[in-house]
Each structure stands twice: as C-alpha cells, then as structure tokens.
Write a protein that binds this ligand. Sequence first.
Ligand code: 8X3
Length: 251
Amino acid sequence: MKTILITGATSGIGEACANLFSENGYQLIITGRRKDKLEKLADNLSSQYNCPVLALNFDIADQVACENAISNLPSQFKKIDVLLNNAGLAAGLNPIQEGLLSDWEAMIDINLKGLLYVTRLVAPVMTAQKYGHIVNISSVAGKENYANGNVYCATKHAVDSLSQTMRIDLLQHGVKVTNIAPGMVETEFSLVRFKGDEKRAKNVYSGLIPLSAHDIAEAIYWAVSRPDHVNISDIVITPKAQANATTTLRK
Ligand code: 8X3
C-alpha cells in the first residue's frame, strides 16, 4: 500500500486530495493545525475508504513540532511514497507600504519555511529508498505578480523556484518533483486572505465558475499516477474564465 503525507489536510485542496488518494488505495498521513477537523477527517477517511490514516496535529511553521511529528512515525508509515506540500495561505492584500508584518511573517513561515522544514525531514526518507514524489502547491501567483500580492506572490515564486531546484537535487536519487500552480480555486483561501470577510471573499469568484479543490486534486492524482519514467514538472490550472492571474471573464 502506498503512503502519501499531506500537509494542511483539514480543508480545501489538502482535504480533497486526502479523499481522492484514499479512494485510490493510499494510506494517509495527514497534518493540520485544527485538531477537531483533522480528527474528523481521519475518522471519515478510515470509515469511508477503510484505509489506515495517521493524523498529526501540529503547526508546520514550528520546526521542532515538525521534527517531533515526522521523525517519530510509526513503522507502518515510515515509507513515504508521496509528499504533498500543500499547507499555505494568503494573509491580507495590501500595498507594500501598508502591509502587516504579522501577515508577512505568517505567509513566509507557513508557505516557505514550513514547506522547507517538512521537505528536509521527508526528502532523506525518499533518497534512502531511491524513490518518491514531492508535489509542491504553488500558484499562478508563483508565475506572475499582481497588485498588492507582494509577499504572497514572493512566497509562491519561491515555491516555484524550489520545485525546480529540488528536481535537480533529487534527480540522481530517483525522486520526482511536481509543481502545481492553481488559479482561482474556491476554498477557504479568500476567506482567510480577507480575515473572515465573507462578502469580500465571495466577490473574488463572482460572475465566473471557479475551480474546485477536487479539480486540483484530480490534476495532482493524475501527475502522481503516471508511469515511473514520467515526471510531470509543472501544471498551471485556471478556471476556463481566467486567462492569467489578473485577466478574468465575468458575466
Ligand atoms: C491562488 C491564486 O490568483 O488568488 O494562489 O493568487 S491567486
């Protein structure tokens, strides 16, 4: 049975992937900060798909917590086939001169440092076993820049860059690396970015059909389920009504 470790599995793309990978016979290691949601998801997955699930409740921005959780995995979960670096967030949408330091720090700590902490712990497992697949969730904001996106765009550009360099470093070890760059996906993303302002969050997707988390999960599952000799390097995926990070068609 293959094992996938999914960070930020309690909602959105992470949760959709948890469902899709369990449905396809994987056992899961799911991580998240929200204990209740994480445990509820673990219960649902094991009862619905009858798959082993290990729920690890910690904050990936906390390096010691990452180490405690991931370096002490039960033997059944020690062999990790796929690492899905999904945990991430956008906090605020302000011009650079008005940005909140706490927002910037949250994005740098989770989107970038958290991804690195987890990767640093899991990549040696994969290089030792001489196989594995790391999937990094970046964004169209990692390919382009938009007004007020400043630090969010910077973190996602960094993830895009890391995907490219990880692929080089891990090449000789038989470990594949895929970068996923979604456009507008209707999840908690905008609600988190706008600090719970539901009207503003809803407005982001008004007049168009956004992607669902399941749409992205399907792309990820497709990339991971290619034959061993095939590496999908990068997938940019937007709604039909979005041409790039800043151009949308609304009705
Ligand atoms: C999410 C896509 O365009 O809102 O990363 O930044 S966007």
